[in-house]
Design a protein around this ligand. Structure first.
Ligand code: ATP
Ligand code: MG
Length: 333
């Protein structure tokens, strides 16, 4: 399709686990990502949600080519970049950038804000000192920081301001796609909303695409067009955000939604604290059949057998052996 910007096809990432000091040998494999296919269209925001350890960051790193795949393919801008070499990657890194969760990590403590924002421009663009200065100030302005911030050190900033610097850096090379790996999780609730609004404005003004990785569905509802829900390295449900949130089909998506904190404390008290039972199992030894079945309140004996594939109904895809919609069609990869 012409408007596809990035695509992961049947991507798996398995990390070997070794034992032994002098002669380490592989004893197991962590299946961090296990057969994930995702598509991001031009100008689209795709949310990626799931509990801690479900493989979201690893998926994002695969797309950024910071992590090699065990199998599967990665395409960006119509080009297969699965095995792209350094030179090709340099061009790709200009068009696809990243903002991490921890604003501290995105700011070098020995670099003033202006230099931090100028850094990607120095690598990727040939600008005169005057042009560079203009561009840095324009970028700071776009993320809501005035020119005085250029001379500040990272320790002189609040968490929200530091994350704005991280966003300015990610915007510097005029990318088509930004991978946002939990960009608001470390921030105060009131600042979270400001940063989400900033990301939304920037996306509209610049026609950007995002892969927005988040723990909860609340932030996803605000920013995303589509959402993919991951559980133990696999996508269990994906579709337009309003459909998935209004009528989640997979019991895991339903449980995730019930665990979203309500912003109205009294309503939250009335509803009671609803958490997902049990912990996410180890990706070293995922449960047989549907990996969610040991925690699923709708589980049937048959859920222990066979691995459920995503099936499509309309724009939605769900991988639940119990859920049955009309006219289910197997996904063609
Ligand atoms: N380099 C690595 N070596 C071995 N295991 C790894 C490595 N990186 C990630 N993992 C494992 O892969 C699984 C998925 O990790 P990942 O960081 O992708 O999860 P996540 O969904 O981003 O979690 P969180 O929400 O906590 O950030 C985890 O079990 C993690 O321990
Ligand atoms: Mg992560």
């Amino acid at each position: 399709m012409a408007d596809v910007l990035a695509r992961l096809t049947d991507v798996s990432v398995h990390f070997p686990v070794h034992e032994g000091v002098l002669f380490p040998r592989e004893v197991a494999r962590v299946r961090a990502v296990d057969g994930v296919s995702l598509t991001i269209h031009k100008g689209e925001v795709l949310g990626l949600v799931g509990e801690s350890g479900s493989g979201k960051s690893t998926t994002g790193r695969v797309l950024l080519r910071l992590q090699d795949v065990t199998s599967g393919t990665v395409a960006f801008g119509g080009q297969d970049i699965t095995h792209a070499r350094r030179r090709e990657l340099q061009a790709i890194r200009r068009r696809m950038t990243v903002v991490f969760q921890d604003p501290e990590a995105s700011c070098n403590p020995r670099m003033r804000v202006g230099d931090a924002v100028a850094e990607p421009l120095r690598v990727h663009a040939r600008l005169t000192t005057g042009e560079l200065q203009q561009k840095v100030l324009a970028l700071l302005d776009q993320v809501g920081l005035d020119s005085s911030f250029a001379l500040r050190w990272p320790h002189e900033l609040s968490g929200g301001q530091r994350q704005r610097v991280g966003i300015a850096r990610a915007l510097a090379t005029d990318p088509d796609l930004i991978v946002l790996d939990e960009p608001i999780s470390a921030l105060d609730v009131s600042i979270q909303a400001q940063v989400l609004n900033l990301l939304d404005d920037l996306r509209k003004k610049r026609g950007l695409s995002y892969l927005f990785i988040a723990h909860d569905l609340g932030a996803v509802a605000h920013l995303c067009d589509r959402v993919a829900v991951m559980y133990l390295g696999r996508v269990v449900e994906q579709g337009p955000v309003e459909d998935v949130i209004a009528a989640p089909r997979h019991p895991y998506t339903q449980a995730l939604l019930r665990s979203v904190p309500l912003h109205d404390p009294l309503a939250a008290r009335a509803r009671g604290l609803q958490v997902l039972d049990g912990e996410i199992p180890s990706p070293l030894a995922p449960p047989t059949g549907c990996a969610f079945h040991p925690r699923c309140r709708d589980a049937q004996p048959s859920c222990r057998e066979g691995r459920p594939e995503l099936v499509a109904l309309g724009a939605r895809q769900t991988a639940c052996p119990v859920w049955t919609g009309d006219a289910q069609l197997p996904i063609q990869s």
